[in-house]
Every structure is written in structure tokens, then in C-alpha cells.
Design a protein around this ligand. Structure first.
Ligand SMILES: C[S@@+](CC[C@H](N)C(=O)[O-])C[C@H]1O[C@@H](n2cnc3c(N)ncnc32)[C@H](O)[C@@H]1O
Length: 255
């Protein structure tokens, strides 16, 4: 039987209220999703669903993967960093897609936005990409730790971690051949900042891949916004995890 435990924790950015929908437990027990709200107080509530004796994936202290030909060990820390320190299904699906299509990242200059634990960027480097994984300042220490602990000698690519907050001055950040994002379309208040980051870091020939779980209608609104600057196509659907991958190519400006 499923039980629900209530934990109060303080997060500076998000108020996570996972239990406000009474159907939450039935809808989300397999993937432990949280509904997120920003508050002026910054106080956060989290409801942590668990099956007796068995923590669901986001609440395990560690996750192990074999992707891109290597074993990857990720430490998770939902309690301290929340969404940025756990591996989301969208990341796993994007890694699996890249394993099938390594030419997308091989020998390319790649950036991962909102990288969280960096799983996607780590795999892209194993597949030959020269990758910059990026995050908000608060999440950088954990991201660097995961990148360092999963560096392998035989890697054909390279990886570096750099702070990139979508809401700040983007001028120091260059354009890339490939932009990757897993589960970064999830807070409506960030949509404009995310869009301007994509517009800033993409050239007309840049390949943008966004791996998304469409949880709410508002998430679709982001895709509409994206279409004002990019040609957007759904290129993959993982039915078992309900994750879609969208490609986006910047619309050519006629001169
Ligand atoms: C749902 S998590 C996904 C993490 C990771 N990509 C994954 O799929 O495992 C969303 C990520 O977006 C990041 N994020 C949110 N707002 C951001 C901002 N303004 N600038 C940069 N990253 C941001 C969060 O820190 C978080 O790591």
C-alpha cells in the first residue's frame, strides 16, 4: 500500500506542493512528480510519496546508469537542492535517444541548459561531444561534482561545467552547434527567459533538442512561444515514460 509522508523543507526558489491534488498519489506514484509554485515567502512544502521500504527514484541517494558505453554514478539530493539534484525521466530518454543518434553530438560544440545532475551532458561527452553543462548558481557545486566523478579517460569528447542562469546577462555565452535540454519546460514564469536563452545560444544551423514531459496545458504554451523563433517538430515519443523529444531549428531571417 502506498503511504505519503510529509516533509517540510526550505527551498529558496520553489514552493513545491505535491499533495494539493487529491489524485496525486494515483497519478504520479511511478515518477514522483511535484507540482511547483513560486511564493513570495519562499517557504516550500514537499510531499514525498514512497512505497513502504522502497524509496521512489527521486528520493534514492544514488542512481546508477549504463549509458554511452560507460557506468555512471549520480548522487541525488532532493532534500537540499530539489529539482536540480535528481535525475528526471526526460534526461534518461534524451540519453537513450543520443545513444541511438551519436552523430547529433559527435565532435560538436554542445551546451546542456538546466543540466541538473548533468546526466545528459555526461553521456553526450561519452558520445564525442565537446559539452558545456550549465545551471543556476545554486546547482553548480553539485553539477561540478557529478561531472568530475563521472569523467573517464577514454572519453572521445570533453565536458566542462559553467554557470548559465536564463534570467541573467547572456552576453558572455557563445552560440553552440547543439543545444540540449531535459525537463526544462516546467515553470511558466521562466518561459520567456528560457526562450531568450535559446535564441541567444542558437545559430540558424544549431540543432536544439528538448526532451519534455508535457504535464500541463501551460507547457504547450512554451512550444507555441518557441515557434515564434524556431521551426519545431516532435521527433521522438517514449510511450512508457510519456516523454516527447522536440527538435527546434531557428527560423532563417531573410535579408
Ligand atoms: C526538472 S529539472 C531537470 C534537470 C535535468 N535536466 C534532468 O532532466 O534531470 C529543471 C532544471 O532547470 C533548472 N533551471 C530552472 N530555472 C533555471 C534558470 N533560470 N536558469 C538555469 N537553469 C534553470 C533547474 O535548476 C533544474 O535543474
Amino acid at each position: 500500500m502506498l503511504h505519503v509522508k510529509f516533509y517540510c523543507l526550505s527551498l529558496t526558489l520553489y514552493n513545491i506542493v505535491a499533495g494539493e491534488d487529491s489524485s496525486y498519489c494515483n497519478k504520479f506514484t511511478n515518477d514522483c512528480h511535484a507540482m511547483e509554485h513560486q511564493t513570495e515567502s519562499g517557504t516550500a512544502l514537499a510531499v514525498v510519496p514512497y512505497t513502504e521500504g522502497r524509496l521512489l527514484p527521486h528520493h534514492r541517494p544514488t542512481r546508477d546508469f549504463h549509458l554511452g558505453g560507460h557506468d555512471i554514478h549520480i548522487q541525488q539530493d532532493w532534500g537540499t537542492l530539489g529539482v536540480a539534484a535528481v535525475v528526471w525521466d526526460a534526461a534518461i530518454v534524451l540519453c537513450e535517444y543520443l545513444e541511438l543518434h551519436p552523430e547529433v553530438v559527435g565532435q560538436k560544440q554542445v551546451v546542456e541548459l538546466g543540466a541538473g545532475t548533468g546526466l545528459v551532458g555526461i553521456v553526450a561527452s561519452y558520445l564525442g561531444g565537446h559539452v558545456t553543462v550549465t545551471e543556476r548558481r545554486e546547482a553548480m557545486a553539485n553539477l561540478r561534482k557529478m561531472v568530475d566523478s563521472n569523467t573517464v579517460d577514454s572519453c572521445p569528447g570533453s565536458i566542462t561545467a559553467k554557470e548559465l542562469d536564463w534570467t541573467t546577462d547572456l552576453s558572455p555565452h557563445p552560440q553552440y552547434d547543439v543545444i540540449l535540454g531535459a525537463d526544462i519546460v516546467y515553470i511558466e514564469d521562466t518561459f520567456q527567459a528560457l526562450l531568450r536563452t535559446l535564441v541567444h545560444t542558437a545559430r540558424e544551423d544549431t540543432v536544439v533538442l528538448l526532451s519534455c514531459r508535457i504535464r500541463y496545458d501551460r507547457d504547450l504554451h512554451f512550444l507555441t512561444l518557441l515557434e515564434s523563433h524556431f521551426v519545431v517538430d516532435q521527433i521522438h515519443y517514449d510511450k512508457s515514460r510519456d516523454i516527447k523529444i522536440f527538435s527546434a531549428k531557428k527560423i532563417k531571417i531573410k535579408t
